[in-house]
Design a protein around this ligand. Structure first.
Ligand code: ZN
Length: 188
């Protein structure tokens, strides 16, 4: 659970630390506002996708299921600046599927916490394997990092791409190619 009082105190200290006057009109309510915002931005810290991924439906076929362009917003844990972009998720069912909205919910659980993109990609793929138990899963995240674009090397528009492959996707280049084609990143 987010401790709003601690965040308020921390934001006051932070503002003083950067040389601001915390009594000026525009900043008076900022600590409280940020504390409230944090309950939303970091809601995933105490969550797992278990409840989302365990409501499954039985299916006979084992055709690939792919949800692409799931928009997400997360916070880089090294700089506490946003990184945001699209998640693409695929899996090959082994007798059961989940509602498509549950894949987006799973992304949210891992986005709403201090995060690094590589880890988030792996966590989504691992969660699918653990709770849905498909034959395999593949996850691709494409994101722009504010810590790359508004500071440091300042490369606006650059995108970081991370991929995780599990189960039947690991040793199957054809299946991987199919994934890339389906998300619009193939070369065919
Ligand atoms: Zn960063």
């Amino acid at each position: 659970m987010v401790n709003q009082k601690k965040i308020e105190e921390a934001v006051k200290l932070f503002l003083e630390g950067i040389g601001e006057d915390i009594t000026r009109e525009g900043l008076v309510e900022t600590p409280e506002r940020i504390a409230r915002m944090c309950t939303e931005l970091f809601a995933g810290i105490d969550e797992t996708p278990k409840e989302h991924l365990q409501k499954t439906f039985s299916v006979d076929n084992s055709d690939i299921v792919l949800e692409r362009d799931i928009t997400f917003y997360s916070i880089c844990e090294h700089h506490l600046l946003p990184f945001y972009g699209k998640a693409h998720i695929a899996y090959v069912p082994d007798g059961k599927v989940v509602g498509l909205s549950k894949l987006a919910r799973t992304v949210e659980v891992y986005a709403k916490r201090p995060q690094i993109q590589e880890q988030m990609t792996a966590q989504i793929a691992d969660a699918l394997m653990e709770y849905l138990k498909p034959q395999g899963a593949m996850v691709m995240l494409e994101a722009e990092h504010m810590c790359m674009t508004m500071r440091g090397i300042k490369k606006p528009g650059s995108t970081t791409v991370t991929i995780a492959k599990k189960g039947c996707f690991e040793q199957n280049p054809q299946l991987q190619d199919y994934f890339f084609m389906m998300v619009g990143r193939g070369n065919k």
